[in-house]
Design a protein around this ligand. Structure first.
Ligand code: UDX
Length: 466
């Protein structure tokens, strides 16, 4: 199987290839547009943001995703891929329109904000001149597809018979290309035979690539409500797994256990599985936290809130990791928190990692960045280094100090906090690092180091739950 940074050979089979538009060119829409052009489809990416469209059109990716810039350039050159802000051109072009706009958390409320979907669907519908299929891909509360069909019926010319379908995505940032070209499964819902056939044709390229590579991709065709629910169900389940292992980490800390051994031991049971059992500073990013809250809110609206009360606890457990970690740093430097919280004035913290996970520049809901801010509120002198996330972090948290190299970050530090498992941090050498810091103290928020090895080099080591 190829990896995420490796462009696949485009399958030679030239069966029916519907023309596809991706409406909204954020992480999701842009990655899909590029990858579907790579699969041999004629694709247009549409966004209202001119700067973004100009960037894509000139071959520049406005976010960090390894391998994707090369694929963008290759497919622009092939002529199969283009980007535009011209909604009429998009409406005239595509057989299938995938809606990929953001559905962020509403300000001050747990539910999802659907205003971008409303705007995108309304605008597109008004310009449609031919029968086509509009397929939701954005993560939404269950019931949204019917509302989108109502919007289409209200704004598109009635005689066109435009239909709405749904097909959730499961792409992980830093593995996005792989997840689109070689997905773990394809899920979609259609309301007619015509739409079902079109969705089969849309996904044929993925199945052909799988056949060439001797893999199988399961296809689940289902109803609209289920297709909408699949995505939030998957993300709520993954969040639950992480919060569960973090709860076990708390128990390990008070009993002298080691949560990394515990996770390995239970993960060997195939019913449990070993993925998403890394205990640490908690989950973040643009999806897991918001999807958890949106699902809880929607279940409440639909009268089954009680069954989802536990997800509120999963969320809180996750948020508590942040104050827990600040406290762990305070204890590590011999300043256990008093009634007014920790006082870390005069403590120089080398802070490694700002993004919500490695191999991305995304800092949305980043636990690492929130903990850095918590340490700053405790008056520590926090110097942050991150391989890709510095610009975004600096905009979001200007009160912290930022440096462009690891060497600058660790110089004369009283404590090193290694928070995001970037390769550059996981491979740190305890002896070499020890010569650069003022005090050999390390908080391993990644749970990636061998504690004995660091202790042998004179470090006071603290992991999470070990
Ligand atoms: C997630 C889903 O995985 C993906 O399927 C969906 O389409 C979008 O949301 P993403 O947000 O890119 O993808 O991040 P993911 O890799 O799932 O990680 C989420 C968070 O969980 C990160 O903060 C990560 O550090 C944390 N995490 C992950 C853990 O704390 N422990 C783990 O074992 C795994």
């Amino acid at each position: 199987m190829g990896n995420a940074t490796q462009a696949p050979e485009t399958p030679q089979n030239t069966t029916t290839r519907p023309r596809i538009a991706f409406i909204g060119c954020g992480y999701l829409g842009a990655t899909y547009a590029i990858c579907f052009a790579e699969l041999g489809y004629e694709v247009v990416g549409y966004d209202i943001n001119t700067a973004k469209i100009d960037a894509f059109s000139s071959g520049t990716l406005p976010f960090h995703e390894a391998g994707l810039p090369e694929l963008l350039k290759k497919n622009l050159e092939s002529g199969r891929l283009r980007f535009t802000t011209d909604v009429q051109a998009v409406a005239d072009f595509a057989d299938v329109h995938f809606i990929c706009v953001d559905t962020p958390q509403r300000k001050g409320e747990p539910g999802a904000d659907l205003s971008y979907i409303e705007a995108a669907v309304t605008e597109l519908s008004r310009h449609l001149t031919r029968k086509c299929l509009i397929v939701g891909k954005s993560t939404v509360p269950v019931g949204t597809a019917s509302w989108v069909q109502e919007l289409v019926d209200r704004h598109a010319p009635a005689d066109l018979g435009v239909e709405v379908g749904w097909s959730p995505e499961f792409l992980q940032e830093s593995n996005a290309m792989h997840d689109v070209l070689r997905p773990s499964r394809i899920v979609y819902a259609a309301q007619s035979e015509w739409a079902s056939k079109l969705l089969k044709d849309v996904h044929r390229g993925i199945l052909e690539l799988a056949a060439v590579e001797d893999r199988e991709v399961p296809v689940v065709e289902t109803d609209l409500a289920t297709a909408e629910l699949v995505k939030v169900a998957a993300n709520a389940f993954l969040s639950t797994k992480i919060s569960f292992i973090n709860a076990m980490a708390d128990l390990c800390e008070v009993t002298g256990g080691d949560v990394t051994d515990l996770a390995r031991a239970i993960g060997h049971d195939q019913r449990i599985g070993n993925k998403f059992l890394r205990a640490g500073i908690g989950f973040g990013g643009g999806c897991l936290p918001k999807d958890l809250r949106a699902l809880t809110a929607r279940a409440g609206d639909l009268g089954v809130g009680e069954s989802f009360r536990f997800l509120g606890e999963i969320d809180q457990l996750n948020t508590r990791r942040r104050s827990h970690t600040v406290r762990a740093v305070a204890e590590l430097v011999g300043r256990p928190p008093g009634p007014a919280g920790p006082d870390l004035s005069g403590v120089r913290v080398a802070y490694l990692g700002a993004t919500f996970k490695p191999d991305t520049d995304d800092i949305r809901d980043s636990p690492a960045l929130a903990i850095a801010q918590g340490l700053r509120r405790a008056r520590a002198d926090v110097v942050v280094y991150d391989p890709e996330g510095l610009d975004n972090a600096q905009t979001a948290a200007p009160e912290l100090s930022y440096v462009k190299t690891l060497v600058e970050a660790v110089a004369d530090a009283d404590v090193v906090c290694a928070m995001v498992p970037w390769e550059e941090f996981r491979t740190l050498d305890p002896e070499a690092l020890g010569r650069q810091v003022a005090e050999r103290r390390i908080l391993d928020g990644m749970n990636a180091f061998d504690a004995d090895q660091w202790t042998a080099h004179g470090w006071t080591y603290r992991g999470i739950g070990r």
